[in-house]
Design a binder for this molecule. Structure first.
Ligand code: SF4
Length: 336
């Protein structure tokens, strides 16, 4: 696999731009399955990711982050909006044109085991996309499989084994190898370490970081907590009920969170510095409301400890340039 030249001309042009992206799932009722409402899993997202960058998408279960990832790689059709990837609008591309562009856009799943056919040997699973897209003959594909297995920290002997013969961490390495073998530019990492033991999580994060440097990869890294993303991301977008409520550089988000929801997520993250342990805490109570019936105004007002009347009536806009926040009363102090 060819290493990409990291000192190649840097461009300010984003690799991918998401504009007003919506993904609604219909709720059907009655004998004729009439659509009575929609679950608004993704509700008007706008963001861009630059080449070589990692943007983390963070939020509790049910906030729409996995639907966002699956819609971006076109495992789901968007309801509305644009996905501009390398100048092509994926929301309108179809057939062969879409397939060609999709090769450059891969996904790593949280549970690699469910995405690996248990009846196939790892070598065949990895060679499959190369052969299916006629990107290599059998011999070349085999060579590439052996090479990629070494790159992700396994050995070429592993190609003859079946997925059930591997540990969780090794299976995630196979998932990474499968995403990497087509030499993509962007990888959506959908909670790739959430199901792993803490000690293994660090190894997989290190591997992803090394691969990013080596092959100049761009990541959309989806996670439900802020722990893993501090280490791997350049920027963080915090999602709540289908919308981004705060987005900014990782350092700024950790030092000066402006949205009460971001602050609450940070409070769930262990604080190594004892002097910061008494910082003001916002503890999340209750569950995320149903995206089929989101609260009016600011959708976080039902759980926000500083909500006021206006929050129940007016939806705050995402405002600000470097660190944008959607809140009528953004936090000022930060955690330092
Ligand atoms: Fe809380 Fe109001 Fe800000 Fe929403 S807009 S996060 S309810 S203060």
């Amino acid at each position: 696999m060819a290493e990409k030249n990291i000192i190649e001309k840097q461009t300010d042009k984003p690799l991918i731009e998401i504009k007003q992206l919506k993904k609604y799932y219909p709720i059907k009722k009655g004998i004729i399955s009439r659509t009575v409402s929609h679950v608004k899993a993704v509700d008007g997202l706008n963001f861009a990711i630059n080449p070589g960058e990692t943007l983390a998408l963070v939020g509790e279960s049910g906030c729409g982050k996995s639907s966002t990832g699956r819609t971006i790689v076109k495992l789901e059709e968007p309801t509305e909006g644009q996905i501009i990837f390398q100048g092509n609008d994926l929301s309108t591309l179809k057939g062969n044109d879409l397939r060609k562009v999709r090769l450059n856009l891969q996904i790593i799943f949280q549970d690699p085991y469910s995405s690996l056919n248990p009846r196939k040997r790892v070598g065949d699973l990895l060679a499959e996309p190369l052969l299916a897209h006629k990107l290599a003959g059998k011999e070349e594909a085999n060579k590439k499989v052996e090479e990629i297995l070494e790159i992700v920290g396994l050995t070429k002997l592993h190609k003859n084994r079946y997925p059930h013969e591997f540990s969780g961490g090794q299976r995630q390495r196979i998932g990474i190898a499968r995403a990497l073998i087509l030499e993509p530019d962007l990888i959506v990492c959908d909670e790739p370490v959430s199901a792993l033991d803490v000690s293994i999580q660090a190894q997989i994060l290190n591997l992803l970081k090394d691969l990013q440097k080596k092959f100049r990869l761009t990541y959309l890294f989806i996670a439900h907590g802020l722990g893993a993303v501090k280490y791997i991301s350049d920027r963080i977008a915090v999602m709540y009920l289908g919308k981004i409520v705060e987005i900014g550089k990782t350092e700024d988000i950790f030092k000066h969170p402006k949205h009460p929801y971001t602050q609450a997520l940070l409070n769930a993250y262990p604080i190594p510095n004892p002097h910061l342990r008494d910082r003001e805490r916002i503890v999340l109570e209750g569950d995320v409301p149903s995206p089929a019936n989101p609260p009016k105004g600011c959708s976080f007002h039902t759980r926000c400890p500083i909500a006021k009347d206006i929050c129940r009536q007016q939806t705050p806009k995402l405002l600000g340039s470097d660190q944008s926040v959607a809140c009528h009363f953004p936090l000022q102090g930060g955690v330092n």
